[in-house]
Design a protein around this ligand. Structure first.
Ligand code: FES
Ligand SMILES: [Fe+2]
Length: 440
């Protein structure tokens, strides 16, 4: 068994991850910890996942006006998402066409031009080369029109969520999202006007652990976040939503893990939360503008869907492989920096068409669990570092992800479903991971 792993477990030189070696890392219900620790595999991931897959770049509301820009890192590439002077949103490689310097060092702002600091070439917000310093030294053999900032080959937008792919050809964004697109809708449709604004502030955190550790895990909250859960139970009117009124992480609750394929998965609280609609709507009504919000949701979506959307508070609890998660009212971008180093950016989202008080409540909820001084996220990053350290042990390197394997089933929409604590998402992610890693 796993000769390849045994051969590579004490490697002192370069390891060659051929298809057979890669395939031997994933078994039914278990994963070799090398997938999280090996620097060479990390480089392969950048080549085979981040250079080929659709990647989330940002939300269109981050760049509402011409000249607005936001830089992000996709795999190895720094990019600028910019609203051009023609009002179109582009994703441009942040690399001067002269000798390669980054042309934008600021994360976000508004500009008319990107001027390279090195020799002063200037690009406009459409990415076109606007000025070459000392251009008399270049003759007509240089096609200046072809010397603009390089656009990422494919960019698509799903309901305001901007994705890009370095692959010139391949599946469309619609094919990539599959059944997960309807789950993104849960976040967008929480606004009666279908508008989200990713302007509620963001913060970044880094941890010394692998990027794939951030995921949909319905098994850990009762344990890792036990103290938070207890506090929430003691304060059932804290406005944290309906999740606290009975425990959604109990396997007897009507809560599920769901894998859509492509490594996309969710913690599905819909059935559970809708049972608590009345309590939740009472809470909303107590908020200024709450009754109007409920009314507007009924008008926009019809009563049945409005009840569901209000029950879940626009929380898709969705992970889209490889780099974005939509949790509560947060867009979470996962940026791999090294096999054992990851950055997570959390952007709070505001709903259009609702009162300031409703958005303020949502933001307080976000801060209380996920914020820099929040009660939840620091636990997660701490445990990811413990996992990364634990995985350095080479004896018994296999990780178990078999929970619920015998009871998962295929739903009518083709998704795989398990109980809330089942490791359906983990298995789904690695099913897709191995597919991408072994593609030729
Ligand atoms: S590297 Fe940008 S102008 Fe020279
Ligand atoms: Fe957590």
């Amino acid at each position: 068994m796993n000769q390849h792993i045994i051969q590579t477990s004490n490697f002192s030189g370069k390891t060659h991850w051929d298809k057979a070696a890669l395939a031997s890392l994933i078994e039914a219900g278990r994963i070799h910890s090398r997938v999280y620790t090996d620097p060479e595999l990390f480089e392969l991931e950048l080549d085979r996942i981040f250079s080929t897959s659709w990647l989330f770049v940002g939300h269109q509301s981050e760049v509402p006006s011409p000249g607005d820009f936001q830089t992000r890192v996709l795999g190895r590439t720094s990019v600028i998402m910019v609203r051009g002077k023609d009002k179109g949103v582009r994703v441009l490689v942040n690399r001067c066409r002269h000798r390669g310097a980054q042309v934008c060092e600021t994360e976000t702002g508004n500009t008319k031009f990107f001027r390279c600091w090195y020799h002063g070439w200037v690009y406009d917000t459409n990415g076109d080369l606007a000025e070459q310093t000392g251009d008399e030294a270049y003759d007509d053999s240089m096609d200046r029109k072809a010397m603009g900032l390089t656009p990422v080959p494919r960019v698509e937008n799903y309901r305001g969520f901007v994705f890009a792919s370095f692959a010139r050809e391949g599946e469309t964004l619609t094919e990539f999202l599959g059944g997960a697109a309807a789950i993104i809708d849960l976040m967008v449709d929480a606004s009666p006007t279908g508008e989200l604004y990713a302007d509620g502030g963001s913060h970044k955190t880094e941890y010394r652990g692998n990027w794939k550790l951030v995921g949909m895990d319905g098994y850990h909250p009762l344990h890792l976040h036990a103290s938070v859960m207890e506090t929430i139970h003691r304060d059932p009117d804290s406005g944290i939503g309906s999740t606290h009124r009975s425990n959604p992480f109990d396997d007897t609750a009507a809560t599920y893990t769901r894998d859509f394929g492509h490594g996309h998965s969710m913690l599905d609280f819909r059935e559970h939360r809708i049972k608590h609609y009345e309590q939740h709507s009472e809470f909303i009504k107590k908020t200024s503008g709450g009754a109007e919000y409920i009314d507007a949701m009924h008008k926009a979506h019809g009563e049945e869907r409005a009840r569901m959307l209000l029950s879940i508070s626009g929380d898709p609890h969705l992970g889209l492989f490889p780099n974005v998660q939509l949790i509560h009212n947060q867009i979470r971008i996962v940026t791999p920096l090294a096999a054992d180093h990851t950055q997570v950016e959390m952007i709070a989202v505001r709903l259009g068409g609702v009162s300031d008080e409703i958005n303020a409540n949502r933001l307080r909820h976000h801060e209380s669990f996920y914020g820099p001084a929040g009660a939840g996220s620091p636990d997660d990053t701490e445990v990811f570092e413990r996992v990364q350290r634990g995985m350095q042990a080479e004896l018994n390197p296999w990780l178990d992800v078999s929970r619920g394997m015998a009871r998962e089933f295929t739903d009518v929409d083709g998704s795989t479903v398990g109980r809330i604590s089942d490791e359906v998402p983990q298995r789904g992610i690695f099913r897709h991971w191995i597919k991408l890693m072994t593609q030729s």
